[in-house]
Design a protein around this ligand. Structure first.
Ligand code: GUN
Ligand code: ZN
Length: 440
């Protein structure tokens, strides 16, 4: 691939705006230029300064558009795409009434492949270029997902769901089969191109202690795979876990006793965590995927953002859509609901903080920040081109160009409150504009 350049407004993060002043953590070029070669970022700077160094380079112009690193969704379920917006229940009833019957269809690899394809198109349409993905209990579903992600050259992490109890018989594996199937999938897919594997026990309720121990054995055997599960989402779930594991001091301790809490572990939700559990997550370097649309939709509760982002005991934090309990594939809409959860708790989540979570924060939570998350030279050129005037209302609201950090803070906030897939003008994967798959 030859060298190419992109011109537009660029916004990314070089520090954490929860802990550092915006001027130190946010980088903004109102008229910027990014140089990309063979899918890798070579340089980012102001057009005026950088262009003279590359006088003959072909430039793709996005003047008036806002270019961000591709969004990172730190928790989502691809088989649940077809049951998004299922009415009426809280977590445990919702799982039995809607989720398990839907996931049972994913033994059929062709079916799984069609849904994986639709799902990935939906992510890309929303500017999400990386996600940590639950597949289903059947290895076929994981195979289908990895094949579709590889076909699109995406940086994705996924895993076969491990669940050996408290679900319908046709939907459970055994501790041994889940270990063997996961191992085979790791050997085939982990570190293949841009793909990575996450050992994925569904949650404490659906795994025996033996299965959790074998999940930990996989982490020991393959130290660079990830761990992905659910944690302390709903009060009834927390109560049930306490009954099922009386020897554990709290929910997180169930995973800790098995050996699943480390710096490559990502726990979805954490809405009902105690301070002690937050402290342990901080100490272990583990991450939480905060899933606001899901937490509101299922009535799970209001995540304590300020606890995760405490100066004394910070916990790595990303944002997850958690589709199908989450109600949108859009990370902009996910930022919107995160903001409102903050408001209900008398907290403020700035646009920069929210967009940090949706980009570099998410990449850090997934331990992928060497590759993606911002526009540092050497990283992969996955990015999203947003149109701050994509609807009549946004055009009216954003009539003026954003020339300063204060102005882009305001414009970015309007995008996260009012924007969704309509605001995504283009999505780029390793410097290539993604063209939607004709089949989807
Ligand atoms: N806990 C266990 N399984 C699930 C799931 O599929 N979705 C959500 N939101 N929580 C879970
Ligand atoms: Zn989930």
């Amino acid at each position: 691939m030859t060298r190419q350049a992109f011109r537009g407004s660029f916004l990314d993060f070089v520090g954490d705006p929860f802990f550092e002043e915006d001027v130190n953590s946010v980088r903004y070029f109102p008229d910027g230029l990014m140089i990309v070669e063979a899918g890798i970022i070579q340089a980012l700077g102001s057009y005026e300064v950088l262009h003279p160094q590359y006088p003959d380079i072909p430039v793709t112009e996005y003047i008036g558009k806002l270019i961000l690193p591709g969004f990172v969704d730190t928790h989502i379920h691809f088989p649940q795409t077809e049951m998004i917006a299922a009415y009426g229940e809280q977590l445990l009833a919702w799982l039995h009434k809607y989720t398990f019957p839907t996931e049972a269809k994913f033994k059929d690899k062709d079916y799984a492949q069609r849904v994986a394809s639709f799902f990935l198109e939906e992510l890309l349409k929303n500017g999400t270029t990386t996600a940590l993905v639950f597949t289903a209990v059947y290895p076929e579903a994981a195979e289908a997902f990895f094949e579709e992600a590889e076909r699109r050259n995406l940086r994705m992490i996924a895993g076969k769901v491990m669940m050996d109890r408290h679900a319908p018989d046709h939907l459970i594996d055994t501790a041994e089969s889940s270990y063997a199937d996961s191992k085979r999938l790791i050997q085939k897919w982990h570190q293949r191109g841009r793909l990575r594997y996450a050992v994925t026990p569904r949650f404490a309720v659906t795994s025996t202690p033996e299965q959790l121990k074998l999940a930990a054995k996989l982490l020991q055997e393959f130290p660079d795979v990830h761990l992905h599960t659910h944690l302390a989402e709903n009060v009834d779930e927390v109560r049930l876990v306490a009954e099922m594991f009386p020897e554990s001091k709290h929910y997180l301790d169930v995973y800790d006793q098995a050996g699943l809490v480390g710096d490559r572990s990502v726990f979805a939700h954490g809405v009902q965590l105690s301070d002690e559990e937050f402290a342990r997550l901080s100490q272990a370097g583990a991450a939480i995927a905060f899933c606001p649309t899901s937490n509101l939709f299922l009535g799970s509760g209001l995540f304590r953002i300020e606890q995760a982002k405490s100066v004394e005991r910070p916990v790595k934090l990303g944002l997850g859509t958690d589709v199908g309990a989450g109600t949108s594939f859009s990370m902009l809409q996910t930022c919107n609901e995160a903001y409102k959860i903050g408001k209900l708790r008398r907290q403020k989540l700035s646009a920069f903080q929210a967009l940090f979570l949706a980009t570099l924060g998410g990449a850090q939570a997934l331990r992928l920040d060497h590759y993606i998350g911002n526009f540092e030279a050497g990283k992969e050129a996955d990015f999203v081109v947003l149109d701050p005037r994509c609807t009549p209302l946004l055009a009216f609201r954003n009539a003026k160009p954003a020339d300063t950090l204060a102005a882009i803070a305001e414009q970015a906030f309007t995008l996260m409150m009012l924007g969704d897939d309509r605001a995504v003008h283009a999505t780029y994967i390793m410097g290539n504009r993604y063209a939607p798959d004709a089949k989807c």
